[in-house]
Design a protein around this ligand. Structure first.
Ligand SMILES: *Cc1c(COP(=O)(O)O)cnc(C)c1O
Length: 407
């Protein structure tokens, strides 16, 4: 008997009841829209958090095939995973990782972000031990997010001095920062962009004019201020056609540059059984959900183990054009929805849609924003929280070599 590779076995068992789909065509299209909005700047696609929950190896391969210039992750482990599946483009580790991972970072040829003099010395020591040409690092500075990097300019000078001293082992190729309020606050974003340009000038004064700069992530592309004077952009969320931005900012001339983004994500689960309520009684644990006689409840193959969690959560699913409310609380792998008013009645095997169009080519749709609002989650939290088998839908034939990574 031939053993079935684990991933394939899991996917083939689980995909029949529940799936999250990402459209490769839409991701490629969105990369093009983001690239055009970036006006010739190079694009470093952010695939942290397992590519926002869609599977970093598959998404990285797709983006590299679509000629992305570099990739960015949060941790050395995420970068190492991409190297292990044969991804060769430059990879930036954006969140400053713990010092113990400096050697692994060098071994996998990842570009670490450094934010303190101590981190510069640590990477310098590791790289000196290894020998060879100086390795590339990026300097992370803080212009208002206040999570990494010196808060005040005083500490920044010490990092520049450390980089200058470590130049035999460490090559500071770029400086970057993360905006805290892009897509929502134009005044704050302009102020942070100004602070960044000042930081860039002092960096170049110490380390030379060739140091490049990156400020805008997806929502920075909505602000001309956040692009001015920079060489790279770092979009993540926009690759999936999603924006967490105010309508007011979207309506600006710069905002319109992202109008072409196309939703790339859908989530659906099967109805497993339909229970008709015949008398007044409670449902679920402790029989705490009360449902009127005559209602029909569909037991649907999605639960809190897939991310449908939270006591305040009130998710809805779409079945044959009808929006169905959750009844009671989610279960581990199954949750009940009121399917009484579904045209033609709900049947076991039907697909209930949580994100996406219900039918090919039209009909009602549910957006990621709808489900996020119902669960009280941002779009970022939503994508990372929905844990279930992922299907990459691609109209192009799979390239040779991809198959090999899955064994
Ligand atoms: C997450 C992240 C990005 C990408 O942000 P999006 O809003 O998803 O485009 C870029 N840079 C840094 C430092 C990040 O943490």
């Amino acid at each position: 008997m031939t053993a079935i590779p684990r991933r394939e076995r899991v996917a083939s068992l689980a995909a029949a009841r529940l799936e999250k789909t990402v459209s490769a065509d839409a991701v490629r299209h969105n990369l093009g829209v983001l690239r055009a909005a970036a006006g010739g700047r190079r694009v470093m696609a952010v695939v942290k958090g397992d590519a926002y929950g869609f599977g970093a190896p598959d998404l990285a391969r797709l983006l590299v095939d679509a000629r992305v210039d570099a990739l960015a992750v949060d941790t050395v482990a995420q970068g190492a995973e991409l190297r292990e599946v044969g991804i060769e483009v430059p990879i930036l580790v954006m969140d400053v990782d713990v010092a113990d991972n400096a050697a692994a970072c060098a071994r996998h040829r990842l570009m670490p972000a450094v934010a303190t003099a101590e981190q510069v010395r640590r990477h310098g020591a590791v790289l000196r031990d290894r020998g060879g040409a100086p390795a590339t690092v990026w300097l992370r500075t803080n212009v208002g997010f206040n999570r990494f990097g010196p808060r005040e300019d005083e500490g920044f000078g010490a990092v520049l001095d450390a980089l200058h001293e470590a130049r035999d082992a460490v090559r500071p190729a770029g400086v970057f920062a993360h905006l805290s309020s892009a897509g929502r606050d134009e005044g704050e974003t302009a102020a942070q962009a100004d602070a960044f340009r000042a930081r860039l000038a002092s960096t170049r004064a110490v380390l030379g004019p060739r140091v490049v700069a990156s400020l805008a992530a997806t929502h920075g592309l909505l602000h001309p201020d956040a692009l001015r004077g920079t060489d790279w952009v770092r979009p993540g969320l926009g690759l999936y056609g999603l924006l967490q931005a105010d309508d007011r900012v979207r309506a600006t001339p710069a905002g319109a540059r992202l109008d072409g983004l196309r939703p790339a994500v859908s989530v659906r689960a099967r109805v497993l059984d339909v229970v008709t309520v015949t008398r007044s009684e409670g449902f679920g644990y402790d029989r705490s959900a009360s449902v009127a006689p005559g209602r029909r409840l569909g037991s649907v193959a999605i639960g809190f183990s897939h991310g449908l969690a939270g006591s305040a959560a009130a998710p809805r699913g779409l079945l044959r054009g009808r929006s169905c409310a959750m009844v009671g609380r989610p279960g581990m792998d199954c949750t009940q929805f009121d399917v009484t008013d579904v045209p033609g009645g709900a049947r076991p095997g039907d697909w209930m849609t949580f994100i996406g169009p219900e039918h090919e080519g039209g009909g009602p749709a549910r957006t990621a924003r709808d489900l996020g609002a119902e669960l009280g989650l941002s779009l970022y939290e939503l994508l990372a929280t929905l844990r279930m088998p992922v299907r990459v839908e691609d109209s192009r034939p799979r390239r040779d070599g991809i198959e090999a990574f899955e064994d």
